[in-house]
Ligand binder design. Structure first.
Ligand SMILES: [Zn+2]
Length: 307
């Protein structure tokens, strides 16, 4: 049976407080075990305003009505309002996710900082950010994080090596540019990393909404058209700020649709457990643009041809 692994990216304080419990309820109703990846440090969403100078950003903001999804308060965190420390303020909510049987892991320490800076930063800076998230995770959950999904699909070589240092068996840090692509091991220079990458294989709701006038319901239909036939496994990324809020209805329709297409809905760990590890391809670290998103994101490249 083909699997769709559900990876929930939790980016903000509000997404943690409101979106996460709502998604836990949705998954409980549907008897689904998913993977939740948390932003564990300060919510500095307001600082993303710098991205307004980046090509493609303004179009995305307009199209996906950022204000409607995130609210004024979130857009001021880290600017005129201090950024709330997410894991410290939401300890109980985070623990409840694990208690409900879901897989939990690291999204980031400071989402905006990581997303905007990591590609240019040193090993020292990168490890410092990751270590803060790791320590906070252990403090909250009393356990080691099972997995990692890079914030904004942004990363660098040092971050990917750090996953091996941690002994993480699998992560979902990137995207694909070839529709048939799936899990792989990274080869950076002559070095083969042990941590298996399970890239996100489908577009996200916010990459679809507004394109050709698509609303949430149309985006769900489009996603179902991409997965018809259930011929392969997928990883789908959702956001607690969207599917755990205004897009909850269309998301539930999507889940029901995937079930009737014959998929099993699972966590990244469940998807990893079914891989034939001896047959995984080796891929290089690349960066490319993805339709509906601004900037370049981590993708699999031919080994030795880093872009
Ligand atoms: Zn994120």
């Amino acid at each position: 049976m083909a699997t769709i692994a559900l990876k929930v990216d939790v980016d903000t304080y509000r997404g943690t407080v409101e979106g996460v419990p709502r998604l836990v309820e949705v998954f409980a109703r549907a008897a689904i075990r998913a993977t939740f990846l948390f932003s564990l440090g300060p919510d500095h969403t307001g600082r993303a305003i710098k991205r307004i100078f980046r090509p493609g950003f303004f179009a995305k903001v307009q199209r996906t009505s950022v204000l409607e999804h995130y609210g004024w308060r979130t857009l001021l965190y880290g600017t005129v309002l201090p950024g709330p420390d997410i894991a410290r303020r939401c300890r109980t909510i985070l623990r409840d996710v694990a208690a409900a049987g879901h897989e939990t892991g690291i999204h980031t320490w400071d989402h905006v900082l990581w997303q905007d800076a990591v590609r240019q930063r040193s090993a020292r800076w990168t490890k410092g950010q990751m270590q803060r998230a790791y320590e906070r995770f252990e403090e909250v959950f009393g356990a080691r994080p099972a997995t990692h999904g890079a914030a904004g699909w942004q990363t660098n070589e040092h971050a990917l090596r750090q996953l091996d240092v941690w002994g993480m068996r699998y992560a979902s840090d990137g995207r694909i540019t070839v529709a048939s692509d799936g899990p792989y091991r990274l080869k950076i220079g002559e070095e083969i990393l042990q941590c298996v990458q399970l890239p996100t294989t489908l577009p996200t709701f916010d990459e679809l909404i507004g394109i050709d006038g698509m609303d949430g319901a149309a985006a769900a239909r489009h996603l179902l058209s991409l997965t018809e036939g259930a011929t392969r496994d997928h990883v789908f990324t959702l956001h607690s700020e969207l599917e755990g809020a205004r897009l909850c209805g269309p998301f539930e329709v999507l889940l029901a649709g995937w079930r009737s297409q014959g998929y099993e809905l699972a966590s990244l760990g469940d998807a990893y457990a079914r891989l034939d590890l001896a047959r995984l391809p080796l891929r290089g670290l690349g960066f490319a643009t993805i339709p509906g998103r601004s900037g370049e994101l981590m993708v699999a490249a031919t080994p030795g041809t880093q872009s």
